[in-house]
Ligand binder design. Structure first.
Ligand code: SF4
Length: 335
């Protein structure tokens, strides 16, 4: 299928405008994501209407903690990625093999919506691999979901172009965006990408009004320096707001860092305190058991509002409301 968001060049190459790499692709070539190819002077999507994984997840698994808690989200993944993270947790689907064969099975937006409805999903997530690179499927499926009043969510590295964000602005309700580190050096060395476009997009997403949560995978000795985490937390507080939930996630060895040690709990708890000291109201610890790091506290009086055990949620009082002082917490609480 011919891709969306690209421009032809006089020499037969094409420029893909889907993400911040803006690949210029010569005839017969592919973009960095491995799933967009120049075929006879036109940009084709090789991942369109291809899925590698679909299934029902707890919304907390995305992770989204202030978005319809306790509900099930129909999750859709395709193939390819515009990043090349050494620590990728889903490299079997994100990294297209050298043979160029895109894994997965054919589907349609209509079939995905029908599966979501049959499974009584409350919402849809484009997740598992980077949704930007299967934009055409996201665009059409989210549009159909909106017609059925089913909210759609992106779980993304936040490296899309402003054209891509604009095109999705009215179809997406919420996003969890990875902020993987806070230096250009980290993004270049470990992810094959750049930090600044992610920061710019986070600010744009906030302004567009999507419900936004941010995730950082903390890798010991790589992106856990005190000054880096402080600067990252300050960015969330100052640019996205104190009410933006920040998920600090434990690293476990994967892909090219399979032999690397897991993040110790004290490192995660230290990062949690850094977030709270920066003034963030909602800081969470994921991928590991932590009572304090899985609880939502009222920012006004400190009472416990939501408790989580694994992906199960226990609500105290009315959903999204502090049982002690009655203040309504930021988020999308309706089910
Ligand atoms: S989506 Fe990004 S990485 Fe893929 S071809 Fe387009 S600009 Fe390049």
């Amino acid at each position: 299928m011919q891709a969306m968001l690209w421009s032809p060049n006089a020499d037969g190459s094409v420029t893909c405008r889907l993400c911040s790499h803006r690949c210029r692709i010569r005839k017969g070539g592919k973009g960095r994501c491995g799933v967009r190819a120049n075929v006879r002077g036109a940009l084709m999507s090789l991942a369109n209407e291809v899925v590698t994984a679909v299934g029902m997840d707890p919304v907390e698994k995305k992770p989204l903690y202030h978005f319809m808690p306790g509900t099930k989200i129909f999750s859709i993944g395709s193939a390819g990625c515009n990043f090349s993270c050494r620590f990728c947790q889903n490299s079997n689907i994100s990294q297209v093999p050298a043979s160029g064969m895109v894994p997965g099975r054919r589907t349609t937006p209509e079939e995905l919506i029908s599966l979501a409805v049959t499974n009584k999903a409350h919402s849809l997530a484009f997740t598992y691999n980077e949704p930007t690179v299967f934009f055409e499927l996201v665009y059409e499926t989210a549009r159909l979901a909106r017609e059925r009043e089913m909210p759609s969510v992106l779980v993304t590295n936040g490296f899309m172009s402003s054209d891509c964000l604009r095109a999705l602005s009215s179809s997406i309700t919420a996003a969890n965006v990875d902020l993987k580190g806070f230096t250009e050096d980290f993004y270049a060395t470990y992810c094959g990408a750049r930090l600044q476009p992610v920061l710019d997009n986070l600010k744009t997403i906030k302004k567009m009004g999507w419900w936004l949560e941010v995730t950082t995978l903390v890798i010991p000795g790589v992106n856990d320096r005190e000054d880096e985490l402080k600067a990252l937390a300050a960015f969330i507080h100052d640019e996205l707001g104190a009410d933006t939930p920040w998920h600090i996630s434990a690293f476990h060895g994967a892909y090219r860092m399979a032999d690397y040690p897991s993040t110790p709990l004290p490192t995660l708890e230290h990062a949690w305190r850094t977030g709270r000291e920066a003034g963030l109201h909602f800081v969470y610890i994921g991928n590991v058991q932590s009572i304090v790091g899985s609880t939502t506290f009222c920012p006004q009086c400190g009472a416990t509002v939501l408790k989580r055990e694994g992906f199960a949620v226990r609500v105290t009082g009315a959903l999204g409301e502090c049982p002690s002082c009655g203040v309504t917490l930021p988020g999308i609480w309706k089910r």
